[in-house]
Design a protein around this ligand. Structure first.
Ligand code: SAH
Length: 364
C-alpha cells in the first residue's frame, strides 16, 4: 500500500497532518512549497526542515507515487511520459512545447470507460480513477523534465485535462488537484490557464458552472446529430445533444463577458466531415444560441482504429462553412503523432516510438 501521498494534500490538509506530528503550521507551508514550488521529489532534499522531521516524513509518507517507465520525444519536440502507478497501472502525460507558452496535457484516469470509437484510450477500458496527488504529480514531473527541477517556466504553462480518461467522471479529484495546482505558495498555475475537456457528462458541466474559480471548459462533440454521435460516442445515448447543448447554454450564461468555451470536433474522413455536416453543426449551435468556438482536430490515426484523418482541403472547406455562418472555427495542428502522444493516441503503447529514450525511476 502507498503511504500517505503528500503531493495530493491541500495546504490545509498538510497543516492538519503536520499538527498530528506536533509540528506548527509554518512547517506545513515549508513542506508544501518544497513539493510544489521547489518541486523537490523527496523530503531528503528539504534541507530547510529539521533532520528529525525529514526522517519522520520519509518513514511515514511519500512525495513520489508515479514511477516513470519511459519518455518518448517527438520530432516536433513533444514529449510523452509513460508512468506506472504504485499498483502497476499506466498513466500518460504529454508536454507540448509551443512558440509562446508551453502546454502540459494530463490524464485524469488510468484508461477510460467511455467507448468513443475513434480514440485509442477507449481500448484500455477504465482501469481506475487517478487520485488528486497522481494528477498533480504528472505536472510536477513534466515541469522538472522540461525546465529543470524547480525552474520557473519562462512564460508560465498552460494545462489541459485532455489526456487519458474522462475528467468529469473523476470530478472530485480533478477539482481538488486544481485547488492544489493554483496555490500561490506552490505551482501557482491559475484556473484561467487550465482547460478541462469532457465528452459530455451533463450534470458535471452544470456543477462546474457553479464553481467560482474554475478552469476553462471544452466539450468533445465529434458529430452534429444524435444518430452519428450515438455511433461515435456512446455517452450520447445517456446525454443526447439536446441535453448536452442546453447544459452548455447554462454554462455559457455563467461566463464573463467575452469569455468563450470550446467545442472539439475530431475530423474523420468520410464519416463526419462533409459540407452537410458542417452546415448541420452550424445550425445546431445557432439553435441553442451558443457563441462557443469550434476546434477542428484532424483525426490522429493509430492501429487498430478504423478511421483516417480528413484531407487538408476537406478540413479547410468545413472550417470555411462554419465561419461563413459566423461560427468561429480553428484547425488544431496535430502534435506528437509519431510517438503516439497526440489527442486520442494515449493507450500506454510502447511500440513504434521514434527517438525512444527509456529512463529509469528518476529523470537524468
Ligand atoms: N474524455 C475527455 C477528455 C479527453 S480529451 C473528452 O472526451 O473530452 C481528448 C480529445 O481528443 C477529445 O476531444 C477527443 O474527442 C479527441 N480525440 C480522441 N481520439 C482522437 C483521435 N484519434 N484523433 C484526434 N482527436 C481525438
Amino acid at each position: 500500500m502507498l503511504p500517505l501521498h503528500l503531493t495530493g494534500l491541500t495546504l490545509a490538509e498538510l497543516s492538519e497532518f503536520a499538527a498530528t506530528l506536533g509540528e506548527p503550521a509554518y512547517r506545513a507551508k515549508q513542506i508544501f512549497a518544497g513539493i510544489h514550488a521547489r518541486r523537490l521529489r523527496s523530503p531528503t532534499e528539504m534541507t530547510d526542515l529539521p533532520k528529525e522531521l525529514r526522517a519522520k516524513l520519509i518513514e511515514q509518507t511519500t512525495v513520489e507515487s508515479l514511477r516513470l517507465e519511459s519518455r518518448y520525444i517527438s520530432s516536433d519536440g513533444t514529449r510523452r511520459y509513460l508512468f506506472k502507478t504504485h499498483d502497476g497501472l499506466p498513466v500518460e502525460t504529454v508536454f507540448i512545447p509551443e512558440e509562446r507558452r508551453d502546454t502540459i496535457c494530463f490524464s485524469s484516469q488510468s484508461g477510460c470507460p467511455l467507448q468513443c470509437t475513434f480514440c485509442l484510450t477507449a481500448q484500455l477500458g477504465l482501469l481506475r480513477n487517478l487520485t488528486a496527488g497522481e494528477i498533480v504529480e504528472q505536472i510536477i514531473v513534466a515541469l522538472n523534465d522540461a525546465y529543470g527541477e524547480g525552474v520557473e517556466p519562462p512564460h508560465g504553462t498552460n494545462l489541459v485535462g485532455m489526456g487519458a480518461g474522462e475528467p468529469f467522471l473523476n470530478f472530485e479529484a480533478l477539482i481538488k488537484a486544481i485547488r492544489i495546482i493554483k496555490e500561490p505558495n506552490g505551482l501557482h498555475i491559475v484556473p484561467n490557464r487550465i482547460t478541462v475537456s469532457t465528452a459530455g457528462v451533463v450534470p458535471k458541466i452544470r456543477e462546474l458552472a457553479s464553481i467560482a474559480d474554475r478552469p476553462h471548459l471544452a466539450i468533445s462533440l465529434a458529430a452534429p446529430n444524435d444518430e452519428l454521435r450515438n455511433e461515435l460516442m456512446p455517452i450520447n445515448k445517456k446525454w443526447p445533444l439536446r441535453e448536452l447543448l442546453s447544459a452548455c447554454k447554462d454554462f455559457e450564461k455563467s461566463l464573463a463577458r467575452g469569455e468563450r468555451f470550446t467545442f472539439e470536433y475530431v475530423m474523420l474522413r468520410d464519416v463526419n466531415d462533409s459540407d452537410e455536416h458542417a452546415r448541420q453543426l452550424a445550425t445546431l449551435l445557432k439553435r441553442h444560441a451558443l457563441k462557443a468556438k469550434v476546434n477542428l482536430i484532424p483525426h490522429n490515426p493509430a492501429e487498430p482504429l478504423p478511421y483516417q484523418p480528413s484531407a487538408f482541403d476537406r478540413v479547410e472547406s468545413f472550417r470555411a462553412i462554419l465561419e461563413s455562418k459566423r461560427v468561429h472555427a480553428f484547425v488544431r495542428r496535430p502534435r506528437g503523432r509519431d510517438i503516439l502522444a497526440a489527442c486520442g493516441q494515449l493507450a500506454a503503447r510502447t511500440d513504434k516510438p521514434v527517438n525512444i529514450q527509456t529512463v529509469s525511476h528518476r529523470l537524468a
